[in-house]
Design a protein around this ligand. Sequence first.
Ligand code: C2G
Length: 707
Amino acid sequence: MGKISVIIPVYNTEEYIEDCMKSLMKQTYKDIEILLINDDSNEECTQLLNKISEQNNNVKLYNQSKRRGVGAARNLGIEKSTGDFIYFLDSDDYLPEKTLEILVKHIKDNNMIRGKMKTTNFSSGLAIVLDGLFKVKIFKNNRYKLIKNMSSLNFLFSKAFISDKNLSFSESVEVYSDLAFMIPALMHTEQVPFLKEAVYFRRRRNDPVSNPSLIQYDEKIKIESFLEIYNELKDESLDELSNDFLDKRFLNFYRKNIVTYFKKDDGVENIFNQLSSAMKRVDPSIVNKYGRILKSEVNKLVDGKLDGYKKVSSRHHLLRDIRNGIKTKRKFYILMYRRLFMKTQMKENLIFFESFLGKSYSDSPKYIYEYILNNKMDYKCVWSVREKKEIPGDPIQVKRFSLRYYYYLARSKYWVSNIRLPKSLDKREGNIYLQTWHGTPLKTLVFDQKDIYSADPKYKENFYIQSRRWDYLSSPNQYSSDIFRSAFKFDKEMLEFGYPRNDILYQKNTEQDIRHIKDKLGIPLDKKTILYAPTWRDDEFYSRGNYKFTLNLELDKMQKNLGDEYIILLRTHYHIANQLDVSEYEGFVYDYSRYDDIAELYLASDILITDYSSVFFDYAHLKRPILFYTYDLEKYRDQLRGFYFDMEKEVPGPLLMTTDEVADAVANIDGIQNNYKETYEKFYNKFCQWDDGHAAEKTVKAVFKMN
Ligand code: C2G
């Protein structure tokens, strides 16, 4: 059938290239040569490429000593290739094992054949592709549809065709260089077979901030590249189908990318002339197929008058905002927030509080609020909640995501929250945002995480945007300060006073206060209390933000072994949506998953059982025994999250894998406490140094004007 030359341009993808290579080595079709074109990558990546090429004799490595871009790299690959077919693969992507075999088998005497693209957030270990019946679909007049994504990926080309038509990628643009190759290629081709079984996995990189893929590049570069390549192609003599395709792509690109860019950056002046002259080349009959708004903007662009264009486009931004704003209630409120509430005067003495997404009156925001309240500071306070709560001082309460929620956010000078606030909430000048965060990290966070298994694929990108708005960040210990700097890329003021939420552990750790809390909870005073507070699992969810928890602690066993002496307070994480049914353990298990403040549960309990939750860092302030029920340690640590330190060595209690082990440990808790004395002390010295019961006071004094 012939040899396939796989051409892979590489630029700083040391994190992904091995995955990509592995997928090639596993191909069932063996007659391949691999051309790695190193586009002046960093040292680490270059070394890795050297190693790969030394270890495999079907790999050839070419180094470009200066960065020349993906187009030039692919052209060099074509020049050096010796195969009968050419296949472009990106170094952060990968293929299921049959892709090349299926493509080469079905290309026959066609110039090219195309398979299916799938986007993935994960490494190749998780790619599952089902075998199919290999039904070939032929694209003729509709063949340009195959490059709707403007990419040459997952096409297998006949090398003779490429040489014959002298096809090459554009070397003058950073993005969209594929169009210069693909449009002439399709123009000289009558039909393209398509096979949905030949899959290509395109990785959606989860970190466009520190390591963007081409498509995640800066909008401005993308726009400039697009306009340039559009002009380059328009200079060629294109046929009608190509012209149509190119003009439509341009108008869609204008609508999707350029308009949004102008709205955010208002960089119209800089590229107006270039945009205007490109727009003059669009076939008017194609513009006519679009809506009124677009048509009038195109007209102004063709006229070449900047002022006139600015006027219509700002009117259109408003129109588009309104049109978008009336789609859902939430969108309408955001529209009001941006276009109306943000224009009112900000109130200097208004503070907006939210804890755990409005789910509870708790955590550091609660203690900061109570300090302000108890010291009668002259502030008006607003709490964001899911439903009305009893809160001391009777602050204004707003339902999260209601119109009043947006109104008060816009008007408040201060925001205090322990989790990110929604991305749509642009911050206004003068606003001060105190982020208290919600725990010392054991599990790696944001930019220290590799693959993201949670429900939100844009997690890192969104996190970056949202955290740029933070002015202050509370830190519980030096260890966390160091991590927050890197994991959040936080470079503003770190408040290193310990956690306001832990003040209560110093102020109310008395027999009388504890009795009072137990009375409030309605739990027996004559039994010892175990708090079971596990964390959530990134890969177990119903939908975004709604996670599922499966109870692995066998309550009947616990009851049989410990029921006479102990009760259990069950406390699932605030992300957990399902309520566990523990009704058959009445009198032994008490579900406090919806209880506001876990700190009170800490005080009420004699032993903590947890897993990878940060709760143990806080609980350690009480110096009471801690057990770790880590039944899924390997998966959690190695696949889902990764840890900042070795749990087995550093945590102040044993890691237990079965309910029997947990029950035994509880029965022998004094012995365990003795065994862990030294580890506990070390742990305490590392993580519990800053709190002294006055963190809220110090925080308030640092952030708020005292009056
Ligand atoms: N929490 C709780 N009940 C649980 C678990 C957690 O009330 N069963 C609260 C505690 O205040 C805890 C906080 O939520 O400190 C954060 O919970 P984690 O389990 O640590 O998980 P996560 O929300 O992912 O926080 O840096 C902080 C953590 O690493 C991330």
